[in-house]
Design a protein around this ligand. Structure first.
Ligand code: FAD
Ligand code: UDP
Length: 380
């Protein structure tokens, strides 16, 4: 056979796999159905601004091996994600919920004062649940109220979450909000991870470095010519949608998607931050991304007289749309288990990887960690 590995998909999973295999002396062919490599981390350059075409991406990790790996290919800038929320009361609040938020909301100045206020609000929620005979939060609303109380819930959580998930908080699982950070410090850094940043020059630099010296064919759909591609390589690494690989024979897996409305403006600084969340119910979008702030700081923001913004509308997915977030309800969880069983049977000839191939929400660092582990398994 001509190749050791046929890699379907030039996203982060496919590109990292191709790099590892090539460096190990294996011959790889990467095929990608889009007209560009990079999958969802791909950026489109508009007037000198790297626009995150498939949604804002911030690299963050505490995994030393992954951090060391990506730093072999690119340097990372000092971007730290500090989103701000425009709330239904018309005020702007810092996220994640921290002393800046509580100070603006309640006028409290110290962690002790903030904690007392939070406790008062939590107690109210717990008493209400007890009166209803409920021991554990049954849904996202009850979970949020017992974690942070009614004021923050109504201003910053309820409507945003309902827009994002397309259903009432009382019908959403509690676990979505369980990881919500509440911090009694004046620190607006959204992530807890040790390392964070955006590749200098954008994500395409990372992808290009990973794919250097690797044969890549764009505009090439594996499923349109499967038998031919299968005949080319000993192993197939498939990072497309797993249900599509099996011709949807057990049914469609469902996703949530996001619609982006991107606009170029003649204004060097539209909103003063990369991410502003809109937490009111009567604003149809969930957030506005101003892309230049991921890579331009200080005077550099003004050196480019233009800006590019994207409004994000969270949308129910129908076949043909970009699949973004897996819907982990019981129907889909059961279905993916069945598809995983089918996939297991195809090992070691075919290996399923990445977010579409495994139907899992994975941050970029988790994808890289997974490739490092999968590659070891395949080569063992
Ligand atoms: P993909 O990037 O989807 O790549 C798969 C590739 O396979 C695609 O290019 C696709 O075109 C191709 N393909 C599919 N089928 C075929 C076929 N039949 N033939 C040929 N090619 C095919 N992670 C973070 O760490 N930080 C963030 O801030 C962050 N923000 C995100 C925001 C959004 C809206 C979303 C959806 C995800 C975000 N992520 C973030 C996660 C990140 O996007 C993923 O970790 C990463 O893109 C996964 O890479 P992948 O290679 O698995 O998938
Ligand atoms: N969330 C919220 N208000 C905000 C931001 C987040 O209520 O301003 C909630 C919302 O329920 C969301 C969850 O926190 O689903 C996780 O948000 P995050 O931004 O971490 O997730 P992402 O949008 O990146 O998937």
């Amino acid at each position: 056979m001509k190749y050791d590995f046929l890699i379907v998909g030039a996203g982060l999973y496919g590109a990292v796999f191709a790099r590892l295999a090539t460096d190990a002396g294996k011959k790889c062919l990467v095929i990608e159905k889009r007209n560009h490599p990079g999958g969802n981390i791909y950026c489109e350059n508009i007037d000198g601004i790297n626009v995150h075409k498939y949604g804002a991406h911030i690299f963050h990790t505490s995994n030393e091996e992954v951090w060391e790996f990506v730093n072999r290919y690119v340097r990372f800038n000092r971007y730290t994600n500090c989103p701000v929320a425009k709330a239904p009361d018309g005020k702007m609040y810092n996220l994640p919920f921290n002393m800046n938020t509580f100070c603006k909301l309640w006028g409290v100045e110290t962690p002790v004062e903030a904690e007392a206020k939070l406790e008062e609000q939590r107690r109210e929620a717990k008493e209400k649940m007890a009166a209803d005979g409920v021991a554990e939060p049954r849904n996202l609303e009850e979970q949020a109220l017992t974690l942070i109380g009614r004021d923050v819930y109504e201003l910053l959580i309820k409507h945003y979450t309902e827009k994002q998930w397309g259903r009432p908080c009382t019908e959403l699982p509690a676990y979505i909000i369980r990881r919500l950070p509440v911090r009694l410090v004046f620190d607006n850094n959204y992530f807890n991870d040790l390392y964070q940043g955006i590749p200098e020059g954008g994500y395409n630099k990372l992808i290009d470095a990973l794919l250097e010296g690797v044969e890549v064919r764009l505009d090439t759909d594996y499923l349109a010519d499967r038998a031919n591609f299968d005949s080319l390589a000993e192993h197939i690494i498939y990072t497309g949608p797993i249900d599509e690989y099996f011709d949807f024979k057990l049914g469609n897996l469902q996703w949530r998607t996001v619609r982006f409305e991107t606009e170029k403006l003649e204004n060097p600084n539209y909103q003063g931050n990369a991410v502003i969340n809109y937490t009111a119910g009567d604003v149809p979008y969930t957030r506005i991304i101003e892309h230049k702030h991921f890579e331009m700081f200080g005077q550099a923001v003004y050196d480019n007289p233009l800006t590019v913004i994207s409004r994000e509308y969270s949308t129910e997915w129908t076949p043909g749309m970009e699949p973004y977030y897996p819907v982990n309800d019981s129907r889909n969880n059961e279905l993916i288990e069945k598809y995983r069983e089918l996939a297991e049977e195809l090992k070691p000839r075919v290996f399923f990887g990445g977010r579409l191939g495994t139907y899992t929400y994975l941050d970029m660092d988790k994808v890289i960690a997974k490739v490092l582990a999968d590659f070891k398994e395949i080569m063992a």
